[in-house]
Design a binder for this molecule. Structure first.
Ligand code: DC
Length: 233
């Protein structure tokens, strides 16, 4: 089964996807981390982020995969996620993500992963391009102000809140206006506005749509879903 979640930067997708995957016993696939790995490697090798052939060669060479714990692997080695999380890494990712050749390589890798595992995946095109037949699709949104605040709390950023908001806005524009698979809302996605909601409340809303999943640990009886015995983790 595939549960796909898209949305702009800072909308809470990664945290929500992680919790959901954990509770369902599914693998979590963070597709943004794959674009970040390509962007960061291009930068470190001095490759021009507009050089489609060179960047897509790097995407191929990285040979990205996930292990059964959902850790991102490159050529069989665990990728250090700490090196990928900042805004400059996000900006590099957004630039290589404009290149159709790079997207082709990563989308194929993501689809291969989806053939092997039950997944909760998140990104910009997971509901539209990568897994158009996902069983459940969600689109998370939040105001720019809220997203900047969340990112500010997540990354040890030397950017102040105002500059971080500008950076996120610029990245949103780049991700939404590019020609290749721009960020867009799938027609059949459940849209969730997350302003003012805690992560737990967002996860509860997703569970309310999904309901019990056969084969997954019994989240209802463990009180992990609305209607269960406890209020959550
Ligand atoms: O979700 P994130 O911030 O880690 O993503 C980093 C960049 O990668 C984002 O600005 C756009 C790009 N991306 C994409 O184009 N398609 C995806 N499925 C995931 C991320």
């Amino acid at each position: 089964m595939i549960i796909a979640i898209d949305g702009p930067a800072g909308s809470g997708k990664s945290t929500v996807a992680q919790l959901l995957a954990q509770r369902l016993g599914f693998l979590m696939l963070n597709t943004g981390a794959m674009y970040r790995a390509v962007g960061v490697t291009c930068l470190s090798q001095g490759v021009d982020l507009q050089d489609s052939a060179a960047c897509s060669q790097i995407a191929q060479d990285l040979d990205l995969e996930v292990d059964r714990d959902g850790r991102l692997l490159s050529r069989g080695q665990v990728v250090d996620m700490d090196g990928l999380i900042g805004e400059s890494q996000g900006a590099a990712a957004s630039r290589v993500a404009k290149l159709p050749q790079v997207r082709t390589v990563l989308v194929k890798a993501q689809q291969r992963i989806g053939e092997r595992w039950d997944l909760v995946t998140e990104g910009r095109d997971t509901t539209t391009v990568v897994f158009p037949r996902a069983e459940y699709k969600f689109f998370l949104t939040a105001s720019l102000e809220e997203r900047a605040k969340r990112r500010h709390g997540q990354v040890t950023s030397d950017l102040d809140l105002k500059r971080l908001a500008e950076e996120i806005e610029r990245r949103d524009r780049q991700d939404s206006e590019r020609e290749a698979s721009p960020l867009s809302q799938a027609e059949d996605a459940h849209v969730i506005h997350t302003d003012g909601l805690t992560i737990e409340q967002v996860v509860d809303r997703l569970f309310a749509v999904i309901g019990p999943v056969s084969g997954a640990p019994d989240a209802f009886s463990e009180g992990l879903m609305p209607g269960g015995g406890q209020s959550g983790e």
